[in-house]
Design a protein around this ligand. Structure first.
Ligand code: AGP
Length: 606
């Protein structure tokens, strides 16, 4: 959830480091700073606030030098203060460090160093590494050996980059459980938390693995094992995300861009090689028990997947949230778990993967970020190819995961004889038709949705409700609304209403119902009955219906119009239109849509 950047270059780096900070700001934006080596010394500037605000104060461009490190922070240890912001320097200034993750043994190391006379100027765990390097260097005298010795003392999760005058042309980096990638530029090399930092400069990337370290200069690099010390020969990959994809593309917010990316997102998800779908499907059949797992939005993706497995494979694949997974389940070797994670770095999901594997279980994952920790931990990983999702609030990545989960569920159904091959092909055809339909509907309905959001943005309490697969759609849509508008939206099964929640309903409480199509029979009728329960108590109802569904439309106060569409696409369409409703509600409220308060794009700490 913090963003590390480090550059060794043939030219001044301050401007490039500032651009890296801006490109990684979505990972955390409490504070930021940079340290650059020039003429025998390291200059360090840092402060609290967004990158642009800190740059106004610190004037980063004044800093000279061709090698430096930078960091944008989401606070974990220690409050949001200038002293706690990164980079952190050792007492004598000879080692400067940036870090993403948590040194779980930092307190013991801090006490050890204090007993040797070291003074600490921050509350962070990171500062401990700077002073540990200084302390060990005295006895070792070699920077690389000192670095390895220090990093081996660390416990917990980390991605670190270190700058020192003792090694004036090189940066040292290492990782365990937090992301760190190497970008190979033209006369300059990058060491960063993720590809977005340098995507506008180069696509050539080396993925670093856990317990590996790297020594990088402007013209070359060496990757070694922290365990054996041997030099590792790593593949250079070409990242397909280009500069345009990573930029906002003319939209006013990344969230809006990423909502409108979804017609393409469907196609990307459907274009994933069938052998990858088959491989994960076979893992489902290789074990007696299967689970779907994620947290936050990706838990709701797991819940949708659970309904799809029932529908297409006749299986109950429980959805379990990552944070509860290790303690809730009696884990065993006869289990397979499919994990969903956009960032591939979420702490709770990494711990769930580890718990499943420690019990001998099989693990698969659908992940968006290439080279991320989870993608390297699991037995089988499908890269969803949704392109960079910059907005902290997830839309297209989750949507893509639903489509991929859909493909996997159908393939398992085909393999276990539940789903005829012809039916799988028919539904794949239906999903393939969604791209154009979604594109058209987003454009046709966004005006109405924007007006509706404006009209209802004063409402502070919502119920978002649905049944069957529409229930996790309601939960995810409620989370979107909360995240981006800070208003309270409770997602619940529509069938729960009469078991208590109905007591809340009156003219001040608005309800958004995710309504099945009439073709869905009892599911449609029972949801319509729930709408009538709310209307009978003067509650206000927003819902979805096609133009000719007069029976439903007359029961609603506000109807978001749906195009004629195959019933399979109904939940997907409503999921996306609800994203748009949350977006426009937040827009009308004038909130920071791409970086909501208190949140970070990837929660990499427990
Ligand atoms: C998404 O809108 C949320 N910001 C959050 O719940 C997110 O889905 C969750 O933290 C999981 O992240 P991941 O997909 O990167 O693992």
């Amino acid at each position: 959830m913090c963003g590390i950047s480090a550059i060794a270059s043939h030219r001044p780096v301050a401007g490039s480091l500032l651009q890296c900070l801006k490109n990684l700001e979505y990972r955390g934006y409490d504070s930021c700073g940079m340290a650059i080596f020039d003429q025998g010394k390291i200059e360090l500037r840092k402060n609290v606030g967004h990158v642009a605000k800190v740059d106004e104060v610190e004037q980063f461009h004044e800093m000279q030098g061709q090698i430096g490190i930078a960091h944008t922070r989401w606070a974990t240890h220690g409050g949001v203060t200038q002293a706690n912001s990164h980079p952190h320097a050792s007492n004598d200034g000879t080692f400067v460090v940036v870090h993403n993750g948590i040194f779980s043994n930092y307190q013991a190391l801090r006490n050890e160093l204090k007993s040797k006379g070291f003074v600490f100027h921050s509350d962070t765990d990171t500062e401990v590494l700077a002073n540990l390097l200084q302390d060990l260097y005295v006895g070792i005298g070699d920077v690389e050996k000192t670095f390895v010795a220090a990093v081996k003392r660390l416990e917990g999760s980390y991605a670190v980059a270190v700058l020192t005058p003792y090694l004036p042309n090189q940066i040292l980096g290492a990782k365990k459980d937090s992301p760190l990638v190497l970008g190979l530029g033209d006369g300059e090399n990058y060491l960063t938390s993720d590809i977005n930092a340098y995507i506008s400069q180069t696509r050539d990337t080396v993925l670093l693995g856990d317990l590996e370290y790297v020594i990088v200069s402007k013209e070359n690099y060496q990757v070694k094992s922290l365990v054996t010390g041997e030099t590792l020969h790593k593949e250079v990959i070409q990242v397909q995300w280009d500069k345009e994809t990573a930029k906002m593309g003319g939209y006013s917010h990344f969230m809006l861009k990423e909502i409108f990316d979804q017609p393409q997102t469907v196609n990307n998800a459907l274009a994933i090689d069938d052998t990858q779908i088959q491989a994960v499907a076979e893992r489902f059949l290789s074990k007696t028990h299967n689970f779907a797992c994620g947290v936050g939005t990706t838990f709701y993706v797991a819940m949708v997947t659970s309904y799809l497995f029932k529908r297409y494979a006749g299986l109950y694949v429980p959805a379990v949230s990552s944070d509860e997974f290790p303690t809730l389940l009696p884990l065993s070797a006869d289990q397979h778990t499919l994990f969903f994670s956009q960032s591939g770095e979420t702490y709770d999901t990494r711990m769930a993967v580890r718990a499943a594997q420690n019990a001998g279980g099989a693990t698969s994952a659908v992940v968006n970020v290439v080279g991320s920790s989870i993608s390297q931990m699991v037995d089988q990983c499908i890269f969803q190819g949704s392109g960079p999702e910059i907005c902290v609030v997830s839309t297209k990545a989750a949507f893509s995961q639903v489509v991929i989960g859909w493909r996997i569920a159908m393939r398992v159904g085909r393999l276990n004889g539940t789903l005829p091959a012809a039916e799988e092909q028919r539904i794949l055809g239906v999903l393939a038709s969604f791209s154009d339909l979604l594109e058209r509907t987003l454009n046709e309905e966004s005006g109405f949705i924007r007006q509706l959001a404006k009209k209802t943005s004063h409402i502070h309490n919502w119920l978002f409700m649905g049944k069957d697969i529409y229930y996790p759609v309601a939960l995810e849509s409620a989370l979107k609304m909360k995240e981006v508008t800070y208003l309270h939206a409770e997602g619940l099964p529509a069938g729960f209403l009469k078991h208590g929640t109905l007591a809340m309903v009156d003219e001040k409480l608005y309800s958004l119902f995710f309504l099945p199509s009439p073709e869905e029979g009892e599911l449609y009728r029972s949801t319509l009955a729930a709408i009538e329960e709310v209307k009978a108590r003067n509650g206000v109802v927003v819902s979805f219906a096609t133009e000719d569904n007069h029976e439903a439309r007359e029961k609603m106060d506000y109807c978001i119009q749906l195009p004629k569409l195959p019933k399979e696409l109904n939940p997907l369409m409503q999921l996306v239109l609800a994203q748009l409703f949350s977006y426009y509600s937040a827009l009308h409220l004038g909130l920071n849509i791409d970086k909501p308060r208190n949140l970070a794009k990837s929660v990499t700490v427990g």
